[in-house]
Design a protein around this ligand. Sequence first.
Ligand code: 3PG
Length: 338
Amino acid sequence: MRLLRSLPLSRLKNKVAILRLDFNTEDNWRMDASLPTVRYLARHCAAVMIVSHKGRPKGFEEKLSLRRIARVLAGKLEQKVNFMPDFDFRAITAQVRTAPKGSIFMLENLRFLPGESKNDPRLAKQLASLGDLYINDAFAVSHRANASVVAITKYLPSYAGFEVEQEVNHLGQAIRHPKKPLVIILGGAKIDDKLRVYDNLKSKASVFLIGGALTDDIIRTLARPKIVFPTDFRTINTDIRDIGPKTAKEYCKIIRTAKTILWNGPVGDINHKRFAQGTIALARCVAKNRNSIVGGGETVMFLKKLKLDNKIGFISTGGGAMLDFIAGMKLPGLEALK
Ligand code: 3PG
């Protein structure tokens, strides 16, 4: 992968960098993860044009506008962020090219344009026309073949930002050369994701601890060597909503022995206090073991709420992207940087 870190500063001088970020979270922790890249580019480039998405809009939706996010970013950087509410690429280019050195711009939510999710080369070309080089610091959306993630790399020299580099290093190390025992905790709802991760890592992992939305059917379908299922549950009627206290204890015992932990997805319905208990118990356990990588939007936000996030070895900004990566799949956004 071509890295921003390896690029001589002379190649940034007087250049406009297009920077893909991911603002698709309830609070701003993904933004925080990419601040070093934003600051670095603003210091060394002529200007920075930030592009991102939020949600899955069908056309313009006020509540998914990035206007507020531009203000939040400006506050964190203590620098003006020029928000560009329309997609008049020619006018924007003129403004960017004449801006004072180090200016930061942000385009409106790219998913307001139908071409973004379709990886449309025309849109990619228009985006590319705004700058001289492209940086992807949005690991969390790198599993999507979108115009601002994949197609744009055909038109500009393209590099991975610092955050993406860290993700690939940490996750890559954990799946290729994990310190053993490797313990994998898989919550969340999607059974296919769990199976793909299992298939890729079954020879390296010592155990897979399963939680999340489970039914007897799922337990039967997933039953395989090394997969451990809850032995008790918190339920509403027959609906399983969380792992039970006995399971949490058993899982914790295993987590304590781990030399590498990979965790994606809450093991219960954390929106309800009663069913968040299993995830809280595991979070406390994982927080005592420094060899951990945790990802998935909900899980990370929950750890932050519990103030345990700073006890995690590495927090992945990826939800689906992390799962695809540890399942050994090629992420189109990362492949495009090779
Ligand atoms: C995410 O939050 O996982 C990414 O931003 C991708 O979002 P998407 O699943 O809507 O493509």
